[in-house]
Ligand binder design. Structure first.
Ligand code: NDP
Length: 330
């Protein structure tokens, strides 16, 4: 048994959810194959949904959120993992119903663990976290659909967010012409530093929703927001273009017309980073640690501790986060 620090979300008698840093004991963690001492986690939009009681993410409280964790194996009851192994966990049930990475320890099934690839430190892996894995999966789907970096401009929506920032950076790293869409005009310099060649205001992608087709502009797109913006992206893809759809900050519903699909042959590609097979996650981690390793990641990180998480959670819920919040647990 070890006492450890964790962010704990509780529901007050009036129904409100509140977060505080508490001391817990490892005996309070769920059963599992591997006990991991967490060194780093990171904040994702889904963590903020969990911490604010969204029943689609977490139903039982008190709860420690954190869908990402990177750390060192402390004990293992399975072959394949021994104390001292450095591991990464993202998604599956971590931080949803299972106590998550906003605590100094997690206990999880071995089937959730990826061994840290040689080209990334634990810190760098959480600088990327689920956001980086998702951006990588989006890019991989676009490439598999036939997109090539020289095919033409690629749009990224929600560009200053976690997934968006890394998508901009990764696409620029691959030699693409990246057009970033943001609601934060004041962050144009930040997006250009990440590699965007053009920055568009969010409103530009919210106009024209009544039209069945818009001018062909984008060879491909990474959409992290959904809603009317996704509707307009589909209508402004070039013939044969694709959009990878992964997020919902602008809304879970979007309108659709068959015309872009049947007149321009465009593709709408769904991206899930949570429940995909572990081997698929490991394959993208290897790319992010190797040929896709981005030099400018430090530019997009803000390092915080558990005590700063409640404020950062409010910021990400309000759509005001820029880049990634890396959570240091030690
Ligand atoms: P962030 O909050 O970091 O980024 C979201 C960004 O979306 C914001 O920074 C903002 O960027 C933009 N945005 C916010 N509100 C609105 C709005 N009302 N209309 C249009 N744009 C808006 O979140 P993450 O990067 O962590 O996640 C992005 C999305 O992807 C979330 O919906 C998340 O749930 C989803 N996701 C899905 C995954 C999957 O497996 N499919 C995995 C990871 C995340 P800006 O101001 O620059 O426009």
């Amino acid at each position: 048994m070890s006492v450890f620090k964790a962010l704990q979300v509780t529901q007050a008698a009036d129904g409100h959810f509140q977060s505080a840093v508490v001391e817990r004991d490892t005996s309070s963690l769920p059963a599992g194959d591997v006990l991991v001492r967490v060194q780093y986690s990171s904040l994702n939009y889904k963590d903020a949904l969990s911490a604010s009681g969204n029943p689609g993410v977490t139903r039982h409280f008190p709860h420690t959120p954190g869908i990402d964790a990177a750390g060192v194996v402390e004990t293992s009851s399975v072959d394949g993992f021994v104390p001292g192994d450095e591991v990464i966990v993202t998604g599956y049930d971590l931080g949803m119903s299972t106590s998550g990475g906003f605590g100094q320890y997690i206990r999880v099934p071995a089937a959730w663990l990826v061994k840290r690839p040689a080209g990334l430190t634990l810190r760098e892996s959480m600088l990327l976290g689920t956001a980086g894995l998702t951006a990588g999966l989006c890019v991989e789907k676009l490439l598999r659909a036939g997109f090539t970096p020289k095919a033409g401009p690629v749009l990224v929506s929600g560009a200053t967010g976690g997934v968006g920032s890394i998508a901009v950076s990764l696409l620029a790293h691959l030699g693409c012409q990246v057009v970033a869409v943001t609601g934060k005009a004041e962050q144009a310099d930040y997006l250009q530093r990440l590699g965007a060649t053009q920055v568009l205001p969010r409103e530009a992608l919210q106009e024209g929703t009544a039209k069945p087709l818009l001018k062909e502009q984008w060879a491909a797109a990474v959409d992290t927001v959904g809603g009317d913006i996704l509707f307009n992206i589909v209508k402004s893809l070039r013939r044969g273009g694709s959009v990878a759809c992964c997020g919902l900050t602008a809304g879970v519903n979007f309108q659709a017309s068959v015309l872009p699909f049947i007149l321009r042959g465009v593709d709408l590609l769904g991206v899930d980073s949570v429940e995909i097979p572990l081997a698929d996650k490991a394959s993208v981690w290897d790319k992010l640690a190797g040929p896709w390793k981005m030099a400018e990641l430090e530019d997009l990180v803000e390092e915080i501790g558990l005590e700063q998480l409640p404020e950062a959670i409010q910021r990400i819920l309000a759509g005001k986060m820029v880049g990634r919040a890396l959570v240091k647990l030690d």
